[in-house]
Design a protein around this ligand. Structure first.
Ligand SMILES: Nc1ncnc2c1ncn2[C@@H]1O[C@H](COP(=O)(O)OP(=O)(O)OP(=O)(O)O)[C@@H](O)[C@H]1O
Length: 312
């Protein structure tokens, strides 16, 4: 487990990280979200021992990153933002070098590098100099160095940043594949990634944790969660709207879109946990209208993110 305890970082008069605490267990993929400048990279740098906190600490698999730094860092793989890679080295030479630093030699080093090349789909470019690789492949090389020693804890700072959709997909697959035996914390600006990859997400704003929940839990915070979006044709709009408003469990109805023959209504339930779709559908039948489409909104993560981080 990674235990982040009251982590704080002050840069001069600027409080970049303000008393952050959370835990991440093995098997968890924890998304770390927040607007630009919220303090994500700074928090990750402190978790990995890259620089010291002003206050608080981090316990990595039982070892304190401040007082048992070497033991703690051995358990961590870290993909920093803008990861430095020696550009003139070939991929295999660079990974050999990283394996050396991690204390592998001889057959163990060869095996470790070979496995990592395969896992990161780098075998085909292993003899190519890093500076001749595309951005996506460079990112894979950085990713490869972070998993080379098969760490129990992976801290990935925007691992899919700048990758094309296929490469993003591959990196997400790798993250998912590795999560069974590791705790993974990764930062991202892509909210879809939270849905497809994360078991939990932490949102930070102005250096503070403002939400810590599952993707579903976050969606449920949307004001649209549980609302029914109904599009009908051939309706007498006012009559239908009035009838739906009076249905049991319905709090309010708003018109989303309307033209001469098509109307889209959004129906808000009094309690999102008590569905009203069946009753709404029955009332359309009574009004002689035809349903073109109907769905129950789960809530969009980008709306929730905006609400939480801007208070709007
Ligand atoms: N070494 C530093 N010296 C001074 N201020 C810093 C330093 N590193 C970060 N900061 C400041 O701390 C705040 C948090 O920065 P950080 O890079 O952690 O944000 P972030 O959430 O990772 O942002 P982004 O999404 O843009 O990567 C910012 O205001 C930044 O300018």
């Amino acid at each position: 487990m990674i235990e982040v305890k009251h982590l704080t970082k002050q840069f001069g008069s600027h409080l970049a990280v303000d008393n952050i605490s959370f835990t991440a267990e093995k098997g968890e993929i924890l998304g770390f979200l927040g607007p630009n400048g919220a303090g994500k990279s700074t928090t990750m740098r402190m978790i990995t021992g890259f620089f010291p906190p002003t206050d608080g600490t981090v316990i990595v698999g039982g070892n304190d990153i401040l007082t048992q730094s070497i033991a703690a860092r051995k358990k961590i793989g870290y993909l920093p933002e803008n990861a430095p890679v020696y550009p003139d080295m070939t991929v295999i030479r660079y990974l050999d070098f990283c394996a050396d630093i991690r204390g592998f030699s001889g057959a163990a080093r060869k095996q470790r590098v070979g496995e990592t090349l395969e896992r990161c789909f780098l075998t085909g470019v292993r003899h190519q100099a890093v500076n001749t690789l595309s951005k996506g492949y460079k990112q894979r090389v950085c990713f490869a160095q972070s998993i080379l020693h098969d760490p129990e804890y992976l801290i990935l700072d925007e691992p899919t940043d700048g990758l094309d959709p296929n490469q993003k997909h591959e990196v997400r697959l790798m993250i998912r594949e590795m999560s069974a035996t590791k705790a993974i914390i990764f930062s991202t600006h892509i909210l879809d990634e939270v849905d497809t990859v994360c078991s939990r997400a932490i949102i930070i704003a102005d250096g503070k944790v403002v939400a810590d929940d599952t993707p579903d839990g976050l969606r449920q915070r949307s004001g649209f969660h549980g609302s029914v979006v109904l599009t009908v044709t051939g309706a007498e709009r006012d009559g239908l709207e009035k009838e739906i408003t009076t249905l049991d469990g319905v709090a309010s109805v708003s018109v989303v879109d309307a033209d001469a023959d098509r109307t889209t209504l959004r129906i808000f339930p009094g309690d999102p946990a008590v569905p009203v779709a069946d009753r709404v559908i029955a009332s359309v039948g009574r009004n002689g209208a035809t349903i073109a489409s109907v769905f129950v909104e789960q809530g969009r993560l980008d709306d929730v993110f905006r609400d939480i981080t801007t208070g709007k």
